[in-house]
Design a protein around this ligand. Structure first.
Ligand code: URA
Length: 239
């Protein structure tokens, strides 16, 4: 149960005072009935967004919320980095949500593909924690032809990246073409994929993540598109 004014304020609809004014102006309805008391206690059922309206529109999905996005090129994953961020692709009001939304790991500005965004700290931790070995798969386009030796170099668990003190965990490389490969890693070190190819004398010219665990980037999600991740899809991440 949550107080209506706190629920709406936490979803970014305004301060407690502002959302109380919305209620006073008969702008909030539950099951088609106007709610008159900003202090009303609301049961946080999964179907709440389809039962409650604010100014005639369905309530934003309450926490915990996880989104799947097809991150386009040229947007950043951090609030602090310069440039347009993935958060700007979401509704403006969501920037004021509490708990706030954060990306699960990061993709570089010049990397596209599957990105998860959540306000669920426990879920975020499960996905990024090295203990859970969640596989992340990337399609990599390279500047120079692959010579095939990279497969063993990446698989043997001894590759050391510049200025690091522990070797990388084994990674799986599938060669798809002269300059095209799929790389699956279970860690998330800084610029890991680009640095792995730099370590074998190559250079990544395009990078796209197409899978996390057994969750693939859906074909109907174009660059910049996003939607709420279903519980079944969440489960695929750990399958
Ligand atoms: N590895 C990289 O180098 N960049 C990414 O964006 C993701 C993995």
């Amino acid at each position: 149960m949550a107080r209506l004014d706190r629920l709406l304020a936490n979803l970014g609809y305004g301060s407690r005072r502002e959302v109380s004014a919305l209620v006073a102006h008969r702008q909030v309805e539950l099951d088609g009935v106007v709610i008159k008391d900003a202090g009303a206690r609301i049961a946080l059922t999964p179907d709440l967004s389809s039962r409650m309206t604010v100014t005639g529109r369905p309530l934003d999905p309450p926490a915990p919320l996880t989104l799947i996005m097809h991150k386009p090129l040229d947007v950043v994953c951090s609030h602090k980095e310069a440039g347009r961020s993935v958060y700007e692709l979401l509704p403006m009001r969501w920037r004021a949500r509490m708990p706030s939304l954060s990306t699960i790991g990061r993709l570089d500005k010049d990397t596209s593909g599957l990105l998860l965004i959540t306000d669920d700290g426990e879920f975020l931790h499960r996905v990024i924690s090295p203990r859970h070995h969640v596989a992340k798969r990337y399609v990599v386009t390279l500047d120079r032809p692959l010579d095939g030796t990279e497969v063993d170099t990446f698989a043997d668990g001894a590759l050391m990246l510049d200025s690091e003190t522990t070797p990388l965990a084994p990674a799986t490389l599938e060669i798809l073409g002269e300059r095209l490969a799929r790389l699956t890693i279970t860690e998330g070190r800084y610029h890991q994929v680009r640095r792995m190819f730099a370590a074998v004398g190559n250079h990544v010219t395009a990078l796209h993540r197409d899978r996390i665990g057994a969750l693939g980037l859906p074909d109907d999600l174009g660059p910049g598109d996003w939607r709420v991740l279903s519980p079944v899809e969440q489960g695929r991440i750990f399958a």
